[in-house]
Design a protein around this ligand. Structure first.
Ligand SMILES: [Zn+2]
Length: 80
């Protein structure tokens, strides 16, 4: 019983953390709470809404940045 509780809590916290990192905290909390490990997997596969990929060097940068911190090229923030 304790094992399953800690197992479940681990995936709940992990999915909340992934949701926070991806700018999708509410979905992380809900999926982790309702689905546990499955919610964690869904959060892993969900789209990162907080970061975009630099078109020049493919580095992950914040979606609001105008210049890539890695290669200094201008980034069009076309968030899809
Ligand atoms: Zn770049």
């Amino acid at each position: 019983m304790i094992f399953w509780l800690s197992f479940y809590a681990f995936f709940f916290i992990a999915s909340v953390y992934i949701g926070y990192c991806k700018g999708n905290l509410i979905a992380g909390v809900l999926l982790g709470y309702v689905l546990g490990p499955i919610g964690f997997i869904l959060m892993c596969m969900s789209k990162d809404r907080k970061h975009i990929e630099c078109p020049s060097c493919h580095a992950h940068i914040h979606k609001n940045s105008y210049f890539c911190p890695e290669c200094r090229s201008k980034v069009m923030s076309t968030a899809v």
